[in-house]
Design a protein around this ligand. Sequence first.
Ligand code: 3HC
Ligand code: NAI
Length: 696
Amino acid sequence: MSSPVQMTVEDGIAVIEINNPPVNALSQAVRQGLIEAARAADADPDVKAIVVYGAGRTFIAGADIREFGKPPMPPGLPEVIDEFELVSTPTVAALHGTALGGGLETALGAHYRIALASGRFGLPEVHLGILPGAGGTQRLPRVVPIAKAVEMITGGGMIGAKEALALGLIDEIAEGDDIRAAGIAMARRLVSEGKGVRPLSAEEPNRVTAEEFETMRSMVAKKARGLIAPLNCMKAIEAGMTMPFTEGRQRERELIMELFASPQSGAMIHAFFADREVAKVPELKTGTPRNIAKMGVVGGGTMGAGIATSALLAGLDVTLAEREAEAAERAAATVQSHLAGAVKRGKLKQDAYDAIMGGKFRTTTDYNDFADADLVIEAVFESMEVKKDVFGQLDVICKPGAILASNTSYLNVDEIAAMTNRPEDVIGLHFFSPAHVMRLLEVVVGDKTSDDVVASGFALAKTMKKIAVRSGVCDGFIGNRILNAYAKAINGAVLAGASPYDVDRAMQDFGLAMGLFRVADLAGLDIGWANRKRKADSRDPNEQYAEFADRICELGRFGRKTGRGFYIHDKAKGELPDDEVLEIIARERADKGITPRAISDAEVIDRYMAAMINESAKVVGEGIALRPLDVDITLLNGYGFPRWRGGPLHYADTVGLDKVLNDIKTFAKEDTNFWQPAPLLEQLVADGKTFASLNR
Ligand code: 3HC
Ligand code: NAI
């Protein structure tokens, strides 16, 4: 097999090309090829300078993540970069696309760096629960100020070429878009100017005082919320400032090995691949996406306005319909303010904003304006009657081949589709609030939805930069169905003795940004209340139903928007526990004959996770989710589940499915009705298998 690294000598310049599609990851063959090419070039007396660049769309996107967790295959990347840096011939890294992780570390091992203006650079290892382990934590602080190195290494973000030039991370921005030619030209210039080698390892690192570093460390620790990688990054950067290069590199190595040994990196690497795997659904093999350039949105409330914004940001042409002119104006104002915010944050160019306001976005009260839309998405009230009426009308007005989508959170998409003469063109597209911010999109596939329409849903998600998860039809689809299950378990814990504030603290300590009750207050308690009222008649009379949320709503307290919900929302003091809420709960316990007991944070989490995993297993077992990873991605991207725990089903594998099943059986002693073990979970335990075995 030919090497993915080739070296040619052109008039005294050795040109090393890395060609390992799609992203030139540093696989064993690339590492081997790179070091052999550098050695050969260095040994050739005709070679005066060396250029390394990537073929295809990018320089190197980092270590080959697929090799992680496997036995090491020499040569190791740190050794390769160290040797590459210490050649006696000046080297140029010519960068385009994204130089990330081990890719940027390779570039830092070169003596000079040039990049296309479109190039982007970063050390995203922290997003995989590790740190830059090939000298990145030692070499970057020798180029950029410590505060910037801390930001890049612990934050994992990318910077552009202009900023990289200003920081001295690159020496030049190339003109044009031929990075190979630009690299060779720079190498020739260096030769003619008699420039020599310039290894960063020989330079002094930038430094800050111990006190300044402590301030940075405490800020990083605060943001880390349970993730240990940023803290190890800080230790490695500190070692770089206080130790000679080789010792700092050794410390970096120990610290990355610690991270590799932690379940956090396994979870985040799982999430990285699952984020990409989730888009691989059967309909994409058989279906052809339809062209979607013009979108209609019915309803301009919270979701309709967010969806319209998201579509406009993606470059689509949008018509939004409301029931009355006044509501349409309100929706237009909301969309406009979302877009103005995007301009402010640099997410939307001013001319693109002007084009949207100048005609790409319009509101109406007449569905006839949807006649030429390629897709219409309905985001009206969560009522089957209202939705059926809307779909009946859309079916008559919309052109043949137009896709009719519903943003319903819970309702049966097949029943909605049955209102039309084109059920094959009907699909659920369940966005999350705020729709222009949240990345998750559940693509809900009905019985009759055609493969082309499913493929179109996934293509639309990509255009809108969303992560799409395929879901079958059931009450609440993947995410809200699972949410309802764990919310019931949490309510059970509250009735048993925990307070909502205990629950939120336990969940936040577990790694969630916000506990369940904080989220409920933020989203508005009225939504869940309406849903519970809708389902009251069909509720199982044997269910242990917690009423305290209803009691709070009956007082007109809907959370943050009304100033009171589970918390008191005080403008000056923030969120405060509410004694009246505790009284409402105490009264319900007394009415139900429950004697409250102390519930530990660990028990809160065991209940929360057992319910979540159990319902997730049902969702997979029933085929609502294609694979366990689809559930993980839903919870990670839509429900704030900590990424470093990998999603509920990855987490279940790490704690052991037998423990989870045992927990369920223990809790079932209190409420057999709710805690019914999922058949799939029982089967996996009996077979000694994991959820991961179903992802393959
Ligand atoms: N290793 C192995 N495979 C990788 C990879 C990597 N570093 N980066 C991307 N891929 C794969 C993806 O899994 C995907 O495979 P698939 O087509 O089979 O699903 C394919 O390459 C294309 O990737 P994307 O779909 O993500 O393509 P985009 O164009 O959207 O994004 C990218 C390109 C910005 C490079 C993005 O892939 C990315 O962020 N990659 C990861 C970068 C990273 O984390 N690098 C650090 C690695 S760790 C490291 O270097 C350790 C060192 O310090 C020791
Ligand atoms: P909302 O009450 O904020 O907005 C609904 C809007 O639809 C109102 O402005 C109303 O005037 C308009 N409307 C009602 N009937 C109409 C009709 N026949 N024609 C045109 N406009 C009509 O509700 P929200 O929160 O935006 O929810 C909309 C849908 O999105 C619901 O199905 C809901 O379940 C779903 N959803 C809501 C989420 C949320 O967090 N709010 C999240 C995901 C989905």
